[in-house]
Every structure is written in C-alpha cells, then in structure tokens.
Write a protein that binds this ligand. Sequence first.
Ligand SMILES: [Zn+2]
Ligand SMILES: [Zn+2]
Length: 502
Amino acid sequence: MSSKSALQLFKKTRNQDVSDDSDDGKLDFDLASVLGLSGMSRVPKPSDRERRPPGTVPKYIKLHPEDSGEGLDDVFYEDPHIFVPAENKNDHDEVLGWGVFAYPKPGEGSSHRVKYDVERGIPRTMRYQTYYNGEGWEWPEKQFVKVLMERKETAFAAMDLGDLPERDYILRITMLDIPVELQSPEKIQSVYERGAFGEELIYRRFKVSGGTNLDSLQDKIVQPIMGWARNAHSFAFQDLRDGSAFGPKDSTAVDMCHVDKAVISYIDADKWTFAHVLQKPGDKMRYLYDFGDTWLHDIVVEKILSRSESTGSVVVLEGRGMCPPEDGHGNRDWAQALWKFRYGTIREQNEVMQEVMRATNYKGKPFSRADFDPLSFSVEKAQQAVLDALRSAASVRTGAKSVTHPLTPEALMEGTPLEKAQKLKKGQTRVKEFDDPESFRYMSETISERRDRTRQALCAKCGSPHNLKACTGCNRFYYCSKEHQREDWTTHKPECKGAKSK
Ligand SMILES: [Zn+2]
Ligand SMILES: [Zn+2]
C-alpha cells in the first residue's frame, strides 16, 4: 500500500468511526467529575479534525528540532489538558488507549482493540526514535499521554469512594472472542463483529474486596484464577470510560516493547484500588494481558455486597474453560486452535496439545490427552492457586520471568546482559529454573524475600486487604486477624522459622 492510500484510509477510518457515535460528547456530571473533565472546554470531536495544514504548531507537545511531525497522529497536536478521551469511542461505547487511537472498522479487526496505524507508526518510530532517546527528550505521544495520566490521578485522588473499598464485589471475568460454539478458522478470520458467535467459553466468577490494589488483583488473584503465569508478561487494566490504563511499575517483561501500540503508557497499577475503576453493578474494565499476544478479558461487576455481608476474603465461585497457553497468540488464535483440536487431523490435534504442554502456565502440570478438555475448570484448583499466590511475595516487576538459552555452559556462568543491567535490591534474589538436565535453557525471575509494601499487602490466608498485621515471627506475611494467623500456622511455621534465622 502506498503511503498516500494509507493516509486516505486513516482519514476515512477516523471520520467514519466516530460519526455514527453521535452522543455529541455530552457527559453527565458525575462521569465528568470522575474523569477529571468538569469545567473543561469542548475540543473538536475526532470527526471534525482535518489533516493539519503544513506548519501547524503543536499546542502542547514538544517536537525535537529534527522531527517534522511526519506520521504523527493529528490528535497529538491538540492540548492534552482539555482533550476529552471519552469523545473517541468504539462501536460499543468504550474508550480504549486513552482515546487517542482510531478503532478498526467492521471487517477490519476486532473492535476490542485499538487500531494502531502500522503504516504511519512504524516508519515514524524507526526514523525519529534516536532523537528522543537522548537526555531531556520524551517521545511526543508519551508527553501527551503523561498529561492525561496526571489528570486521571488527580481525579482519582479527589474521588469519594464511600465504603466501596470495605465491600466485597462479585466479579465476572470473561475472555472475549472465544465462543462456546466452536467456529472454523476461516469463519473466525472473516467475522469480527463482537458477539457474532454467541456465548463466550472461558469465564470465572469470584468474590474479592473492593479495597484490593490493582497490581495485587492482577498478580495474586486474576492470574491464578484464570490460570495464567505470574510475572511473565505485562498487562493493562483499562477504564473503558476514558481509555485510561494501569499496569506493572517498571516492568521488564519482554512484551513491554509493544506497549506503545497497546496503550502508549500507563499509570502504575500499585497506586490504586479496583474500586477506583468499578463502582456499581454492570461497571466493566478491560484486562489486557500480554502486549504482544493481546489476551483480552472483560471484568464486569455482578454485585457489590453490603458491608455486613463482606469478609474481604477471595473466593472462587465458579467458571468454565481451561486457560489458553501462555504465548499462544491471543484470543482468536486460541479459538481457532480449539476448532483444530476438535475437528482437525490427529497431527493438528497433537500440535495444539504440544503447544499447551510447552507453555509457561502449564509446564510442570502434566496432563494426558484425556485431561485436555477445553471446557474444564476446577474451582478447587483455582482457589488453591490463589492461596499459593497469597502465601508468596508480590511479583518483582523489575525482574519478570524471562527465558534464556545460552549456547555454551560458560555463558551460563556470566549471566545475561539483562541480568547484569538489572541491580538487585536488598532482599531480592534471582532464581533460575532449568527446562531439563540436558538443556541449558532456563527461566529466570527475581523474587523478593521481604514483606510486601503496605498498600499492596493481602492476608496470606484469605486475601483480605483489611486490618493487616505482619507476622511478628518472620515479619514477612500479613494476616487480617489472629484467627487467620492461627489457622495458617501449621503451614506457615516452618517457613516462619526459616525466614527468622536468615
Ligand atoms: Zn484473612
Ligand atoms: Zn511468620
């Protein structure tokens, strides 16, 4: 495609996308204040935007003298202090990626995602990134989103959550685009409309306290309940009212190289609770896991219990469908794999099995072909996985799991460049797990031996974020009550003594 036609396509997309969404950017008062928009003046809707005339000067972002702005989306020429993300919605009334990207048109791609303009973005990145790597410069798109992030945090800080952080929520997490009624790969590739294939296959329902920190929700609750690995890839919770995103602080996960195409930038998830994003039944946030493979989930509030009914504990209620394999290329690819497993040749079926057994989140949990049941889900196993996570330190995001395959044993001794570059803090160790005795291939991850920071902490027995006190023996685990400490003592005793003697 020539650059000219790509440009026309872009213009067309933007205009068409938003013109059918004519709510005129009106926000009710509450929503406006939640989003930090009250008192803001109107900015042109994306549909009103024309390609900027030559010589247009950005209202806020600073372009490097060598950067002509070529390939930079028009939106970044506006003033982020008055920009209204909520005016750029997809067909489903959702705002993704801070409202700065266009969305795919029907037939062009899944409407669960933003449409990163590869033909503009990639050449631009290649041409100009070196100018912004130097001291004192920041990528223009990030300068813009940084202001949106500040506005969002100001709005969050001013929010009155009432007693929501003390109340338990019943949440339902669903994987998108993977239907119960399996569809042929050809059909999946040609139909993009949301819900076109009916009910989604993979979901879980669980109870969790509204006061749970977003980072801990991901690390110790959502990952184990879904069946994903912890600290392997990056993620973003997205507030669909304004496209704001929350992710792991200083993540070294491999997929961070794709963050600009997914959400550009995000607020550290460990600073806010999920009650800041979800306040009433029906409220929904997107959980985007792995910026490379793009695993898409919706998290919807089914119910918020009264304070007297709330215990703070994490309880898995029910669910359906096995978790896709880590690095399995995203929802639609897994939907196709399931079709192949059901209707494909023996060879195709074995390929799917192999992929699952090699995956980080299934390794070490061998299962036979008979166990391979895409519909399966065990409440007990999921609850146990949550307990295991609660009885461990929070993931160290600066030392995410990474696979190394040295060519010689000597290379093993020296450590990888990543390991050398990354300094361990006090109380952190790097652990290596080898694939098998014959292979040098290993997975390494940084583990903390210290207790979690207060705002991230959860009871090691039940997952409650309330009334926590650290165990006076080891000073590492938190408990919400004397009872829970006592109930946990048989299990905790050996490690408590071990930690103390260190
Ligand atoms: Zn507890
Ligand atoms: Zn202890």
